[in-house]
Design a protein around this ligand. Structure first.
Ligand SMILES: *[C@@H]1O[C@H](CO)[C@@H](O)[C@H](O)[C@H]1NC(C)=O
Ligand SMILES: *[C@@H]1O[C@H](CO)[C@@H](O)[C@H](O)[C@H]1NC(C)=O
Ligand SMILES: *[C@@H]1O[C@H](CO)[C@@H](O)[C@H](O)[C@H]1NC(C)=O
Ligand SMILES: *[C@@H]1O[C@H](CO)[C@@H](O)[C@H](O)[C@H]1NC(C)=O
Ligand SMILES: *[C@@H]1O[C@H](CO)[C@@H](O)[C@H](O)[C@H]1NC(C)=O
Ligand SMILES: *[C@@H]1O[C@H](CO)[C@@H](O)[C@H](O)[C@H]1NC(C)=O
Length: 618
């Protein structure tokens, strides 16, 4: 256990910074990027500027060879340009008043098709009249799609839709069709990206299994996929140009985690050289995905009592390909049966006794135990129900095998919707539901920049100074921690006092224990949200019910307190991370350290983040 505590500490940012230079060097020599034969970036509205914020060059399609002669369309600039929306390719759009096809000559094979939409008003049209479908060959990608309604429901400024489609012929036809149901309907698109790709998601050998059933599932040339989620678990977002030549965009996972049981995240782990097995092409996922991970905290009694959980909103009546990426990056985990866990998807067992070291052994023999990148695929069928449902991904330590540590690990997740028997991938437009904000979670979009920035700016006053204080404490704490192991407990008293000194009372709100007691109705178990590594989490109300809060009750005199504090430091040090912004105050009395957060009614941080000040659409 002592070792486990140590490597918990190693995840502190100071160590990440120290080792970053080294790890980057190692990585560059290992991963080969895919070199796509086709790499087409069409700025459909035509723009004078052609390089996007990621350094990629877009071609403007005004007078371009891809435009088919038929169809009534024109280019237009967005009526209002949100300062947080990148100009390329989002500033201008092509608006289609009737059916319109882009015919793009290509080499037959599988392609990533990415469609970019900026949810603005174009050519004086009402954004809510923009209702249309998009088809590629026999596949329907979007149907009765309202970008404005999607934007409103999700509070997103722009959307990227990504598909993987196999094209037989020498032309890829993308057709836009305004809805025939609405008289004033039109279609639009800001950007189209086509990137040829290797068959990295296909499975035709009968090994891909449907979760909860004993039958295999086949993903072959006739299957089209839509990316719903792609997360670098425990790590940072990865921009398209930092992917493996396939321009995949990876998000961080924090906003999908259920509750405040965040576990521990590791990134850029020192001296861990990551190796791709010979059977696995290096372009499947970048090293950044495998070099960061999330696991549970080093408390077996607590870990057996909860699942490390991510929640994903998906459309009902479709099958989903779920790809989980694994790589054991903790240097002390090198043997089979040290960490064994169960994986649940949609509340069914997808894998019992997952052992990343054992899987690595199968791939590489005894040559290597940790640092081996791996992935596992599962198919989840979401039955009929409400139009959208939550798919839970849950990891739980397996106790049956009596592993050394009751822990779990995950490095990355990709979730794809599989086309239905009619070749359809389109779902219904999301409906914003103010009473139930979790329903407003996005499927495959990343236009959240604005919301995130707005909130960070809002939180900065409380946050920045706190980070500075924490930075000082971090150095103090790491100095002490580096003494003898037995001195660890001293830190727990130490930080409490230093916090007292450094944490000026008016930076964040200070709550009295009496206030906390009232808010939680004397720590009523009915208000218990969950139990994490730090202790219990209660929900409650402050200011006479005006503000809903979640309270983490740590005990600074236990190891939990110290460890939790470190995690808090880690979170805060990554400025973009959301704990910074949702922490509204604290209480330290009766030997308790209670952190008070803005409460998100359904537990994930995401909807909290996206409940923004974005101006309503005209
Ligand atoms: C799938 O499509 C590719 C490219 O179009 C082709 O080379 C391959 O033979 C096809 N596979 C099967 C099983 O039809
Ligand atoms: C099309 O979308 C609109 C807005 O979401 C919805 O009201 C309507 O019922 C949909 N029509 C069909 C045929 O799905
Ligand atoms: C693509 O569209 C063009 C023009 O609309 C048409 O001539 C061609 O047959 C289409 N190709 C495919 C593969 O659908
Ligand atoms: C973990 O998730 C599974 C599947 O949903 C569930 O059966 C189990 O009770 C959960 N365990 C805990 C401790 O919450
Ligand atoms: C899965 O389990 C969670 C927690 O018990 C529950 O809230 C959720 O509704 C379940 N989902 C399904 C599809 O049964
Ligand atoms: C996906 O669509 C294709 C083309 O319409 C079809 O042949 C295939 O069976 C569909 N896949 C599934 C899983 O229904």
């Amino acid at each position: 256990m002592r070792n486990m505590e140590k490597f918990g500490l190693m995840s502190l940012p100071i160590f990440i910074i120290l080792y970053l230079a080294f790890t980057i060097q190692v990585y560059v020599t290992l991963a080969d990027n895919y070199v796509p034969t086709e790499k087409i970036l069409l700025s459909c509205g035509g723009l004078p500027v052609t390089t996007d914020t990621d350094g990629r060059k877009w071609t403007t399609n005004v007078g371009s060879k891809y435009l088919s002669a038929s169809g009534n369309s024109k280019t237009s600039k967005a009526a209002a340009q949100d300062p947080f929306v990148p100009k390329v390719p989002y500033l201008n759009a092509r608006v289609f008043y009737s059916n319109f096809t882009y015919s793009i000559p290509i080499v037959a094979g599988r392609k990533f098709v990415r469609l970019y939409f900026n949810l603005a008003s174009y050519a004086g049209l009402n954004p809510f009249d923009g209702v249309f479908s998009v088809t590629v060959g026999s596949y329907t990608l979007l149907k009765n799609f309202s970008a404005a309604q999607t934007a409103k429901a999700m509070n997103f400024a722009f959307l990227v839709k990504e598909y993987s489609i196999n094209v037989d012929g020498a032309t890829l036809n993308i057709s836009f069709a305004p809805s025939t149901k609405a008289p004033k309907a039109y279609a639009f698109v800001n950007g189209i990206e086509i990137v040829s790709m290797p068959d990295i998601y296909s499975s035709t050998d009968g090994t891909l299994m449907i979760v909860g059933q004993k039958s295999p599932f086949y993903i072959g040339n006739s299957t089209a996929l839509e990316k719903f989620y792609r997360l670098n678990v425990g790590g940072y977002p990865i921009s398209p140009s930092h992917d493996t030549g396939l321009y995949k965009r990876w998000e961080d996972d924090l906003s999908y985690i259920y509750g405040v049981a965040l576990g521990v995240s590791y990134s850029g782990y020192p001296n861990m050289m990551i190796q791709y097995p010979p059977s696995m092409p290096t372009y499947v996922a970048p090293l950044d995905v495998y070099s960061s991970a999330r696991s549970m905290e080093p408390y077996p009694q607590i870990n057996v009592n909860y699942n490390l959980t991510w929640v994903f909103l998906v459309d009902s009546r479709f099958s989903y390909l779920v790809r989980l990426h694994f790589c054991e990056i903790r240097s002390i985990i090198t043997k089979i049966n040290q960490v064994v866990f169960d994986i649940f998807l949609y509340n069914q067992t997808a894998e019992s006794q997952a052992d990343v070291i054992a899987w690595a052994g199968v791939e590489l023999g005894a040559a290597r135990q940790n640092g081996v990148s791996l992935y596992k695929d599962y198919v989840v069928i979401i039955p009929n129900g409400s139009p959208q449902q939550d798919m839970w991904l849950e990891l739980h330590p397996n106790t049956v095998e009596k592993p050394t540590h009751y822990d779990v690990i995950l490095n990355g997740v990709e979730i794809f919707k599989v086309n239905d028997s009619n070749g359809n991938l389109a779902g219904l437009n999301p409906i914003s539901d103010v009473t139930n904000p979790i329903r407003a979670r996005p499927s495959s979009s990343d236009g959240k920049i604005k919301s995130r920035k707005a909130i960070i700016i809002g939180g900065v006053s409380c946050g920045i100074v706190f980070v500075l204080v924490i930075g000082f404490l971090l150095i103090a704490a790491s100095h002490r921690w580096h003494g003898k192991d037995s001195s660890a407990r001293v830190v727990s008293l130490g930080w409490h006092q230093e916090l007292e000194r450094g944490f000026t009372k008016n930076l964040c709100r200070h709550f009295s224990f009496a206030e906390i007691n009232t808010a939680t109705k004397n720590f009523d178990e009915a208000l218990l949200l969950g139990v994490g590594g730090f202790g219990k989490v209660y929900k409650g109300e402050i200011d006479g019910g005006a503000t809903k809060v979640a309270m983490k009750c740590g005990n600074p005199q236990s190891d939990q307190g110290v460890h939790e504090f470190q995690i808090e430091i880690e979170m805060l040090s990554k400025l973009r991370h959301h704990h910074l912004v949702s922490l509204i105050g604290y209480c330290e009395e009766n030997c308790k350290m209670i952190l008070v957060y803005d409460y998100m009614s359904h537990g994930t941080l995401r909807e909290h983040l996206y409940k923004t000040q974005k101006p309503p659409l005209p």
